[in-house]
Design a protein around this ligand. Structure first.
Ligand SMILES: Nc1ncnc2c1ncn2[C@@H]1O[C@H](COP(=O)(O)OP(=O)(O)OP(=O)(O)O)[C@@H](O)[C@H]1O
Length: 358
């Protein structure tokens, strides 16, 4: 008897948990996180809508989505720089949303953030040694000078940097300073919000290499937020895709790239240029262009929030809110009523609703 309640004679439906299945080893366990704001005219909007995920020790989870989908709000809520409207943020089992005062200061230390703007995030009046050592002072940690020197070594900056000011450094070097500061307290999790978006492309790869290297050496766990799927791919073990405040797909990186189960993920992937094949001929990419604009967040569409732009939406997508349900192997989840059909749909020859780019 596959399902015990079949014996009761009711309709049989396999149990599909609402939240991502959790392991006891999760370092970070985010449950049903919601953030409501009001726009400039006072209309309510939900910037983050019931987002749940876990982060395992040593794992890098990428969060991707276009501007306004709620990535930064999510990252800032994890640090409690933005107060969640509801939901839970468990760090090693302790709920950050319930803490205040000293207990919050102690637990928040486990999470550190690297911001997008390496120009604005460093105090221009402080020397680099003071900036990197500040968290150590706040938390009363001794041997500050040695620790700052170690941190500079770690991020590949000369020790003489301690006596210099941020404006004496390039954008990439400033981001190294920001990363050193974030590492000062040996946090359990780093939250990096678009850490390379403000940098030149050549410098971006240096910082990505640094992050990859630090990860291997220190076993860092990280939430890596970016609008750029090709950047996220380089650093992430798993990727969560957000659209209009919701997590619409989450999957191991290889699975997401091999077989996306949400049409929005398919569209994002189709926009990444593919390198030419070995004989030099350009590879044809079936580009999925989305219809229309991102909906007004103060007036989101009913049913699936993506249906107004979805190339494969059907009638029921207007009514039913799809859950982030398991699909396929490896913990892949997608919030799409047609997730089962997606490999066939996305690989099919041109449909009238989509266009093909070469
Ligand atoms: N302080 C705020 N007050 C009101 N609305 C806000 C506030 N911060 C963000 N929002 C709104 O919440 C939604 C999500 O914004 P958020 O900045 O988190 O998205 P994002 O994906 O990080 O975009 P971007 O990459 O452009 O920063 C947007 O509609 C935004 O206008």
């Amino acid at each position: 008897m596959p399902y015990p309640h079949a014996a009761a004679g009711g309709a049989v439906r396999p149990h599909r948990p609402l939240l991502e299945s959790r392991t006891v080893t999760a370092l970070l366990d985010v449950q049903d996180l919601v953030k409501d704001y009001r726009d400039a005219a006072g209309a309510p909007l939900r910037a983050v809508d019931g987002v749940s995920f876990t982060l395992a020790p040593g794992e890098v989870l990428g969060i991707v989505g276009e501007s306004g989908c709620g990535k930064s709000t999510l990252g800032r809520m994890l640090m409690r720089l933005v107060e969640p409207t509801s939901g839970r943020i468990l760090v090693d089992g302790s709920d950050l949303t319930k803490l205040g005062g000293r207990a919050l200061k102690r637990e928040r230390r486990q999470l550190q953030m690297v911001f997008q703007d390496p120009y604005g995030s460093l105090n221009p009046r402080h020397k680099v040694g003071t900036i990197i050592g500040e968290p150590l002072v706040i938390h009363g940690i001794p041997n500050r000078r040695e620790r700052v020197a170690e941190l500079l070594d770690l991020v590949g900056l000369p020790r003489e940097a301690v006596d210099r000011y941020p404006h004496e450094f390039s954008g990439g070097q400033r981001q190294r300073i920001a990363i050193a500061r974030a590492l000062a307290l040996e946090p359990k999790v780093i939250i990096a919000d678009e850490p390379v978006s403000a940098l030149d492309v050549s410098i971006q790869s240096q910082i990505i290499n640094l992050i990859t290297d630090l990860r291997a050496r220190l076993g860092l766990s990280m939430i890596f937020i970016s609008h750029d799927l090709s950047v996220i791919r380089h650093v992430s073990d798993r990727i969560g895709v957000m659209y209009l405040g919701r997590m619409v797909e989450i999957a191991p990186t290889a699975a997401l790239f091999a077989a996306p189960r949400h049409p929005y993920t398919g569209a994002l992937l189709s926009a990444i240029p593919r390198p030419p094949s070995r004989d030099g001929t350009p590879q044809r990419t079936r580009r999925i262009f989305l219809k229309g604009e991102l909906p007004d967040p103060t007036n989101p569409p009913p049913g699936c929030v993506f249906h107004t732009r979805c190339p494969v939406a059907v009638e029921r997508c207007r009514e039913i809110v799809p859950r982030l349900d398991p699909i396929g192997a490896d913990g892949q989840r997608a919030a799409c009523l047609r997730a089962d059909e997606m490999p066939g749909i996305l690989d099919a020859p041109t449909r009238p609703e989509t266009a093909v780019a070469t």
